[in-house]
Design a binder for this molecule. Structure first.
Ligand code: IMP
Ligand code: MG
Length: 182
């Protein structure tokens, strides 16, 4: 059972998506992606650190062949508000040229990370590129962009768990919790 309220660094969080809800939605996304990429072998690029749990669960539900790679960028530092500045910490290892790329994100907030990655990937001349994000903060996008596969649309509130951190902690929760604002 997921406990419904937790306290982290004196902040109160309430349950937003349970482990079962997350896993159910990932199964649905994997089915659609497997259909769309039938006969292809896409490279799933996880955006470190947040996307690791989502990527690990998503690829195990696929019915197609796939490869994985990782990229690490930073926009948040250890704060709860985006710095607006993207720093590349670890670049792609795979050769993306001529390949079908699916970038795997934990959450899209301002959209700055995604638009940065789009340009970076474009320069590597892939056959195609798409984005899958478990969460999207709809109202928050400052950059107009299209996320091809979305798990859940959420309010513009800070969330933790299932890969998402508060100052690097709480990524290892099975459920997702949203900050409670009184
Ligand atoms: P964007 O560039 O503003 O879209 O930010 C995307 C990145 O910021 C995500 O990949 C997360 O790592 C982080 N982020 C955005 N919102 C949250 C949140 O509510 N909780 C934890 N991390 C977040
Ligand atoms: Mg991230």
């Amino acid at each position: 059972m997921d406990s419904s309220n937790i306290i982290v660094e004196n902040l109160e969080f309430e349950l937003l998506f349970s482990e079962a809800e997350i896993q159910q939605r990932i199964g649905e996304l994997a089915e659609v992606i497997s259909q769309d990429y039938k006969g292809k072998v896409p490279i799933f690029v996880g955006v470190l650190n947040g996307a690791i749990l989502f990527l690990a669960d998503l690829i195990r539900e696929l019915s197609i062949e796939c490869e994985i790679d990782f990229i690490k960028i930073s926009s948040y530092g250890d704060k709860r508000i985006s710095s607006g500045q993207i720093t590349m910490i670890k670049d792609f290892s795979a050769d993306l040229h001529g390949r079908d790329i699916i970038v795997v994100e934990d959450i899209v907030d301002s959209g700055l990370s995604v638009s940065y990655l789009k340009k970076r990937i474009e320069s590597m001349k892939p056959a195609s590129q798409k984005f899958v994000s478990l969460l999207i903060k709809k109202e928050c996008a400052v950059v107009p962009l299209k996320i091809d596969y979305v798990g859940f649309e959420i309010e513009n509130k800070f969330v933790i768990g299932y890969g998402l951190d508060l100052a690097q902690k709480k990524r290892n929760l099975n459920a997702i919790y949203q900050i409670k604002e009184n």
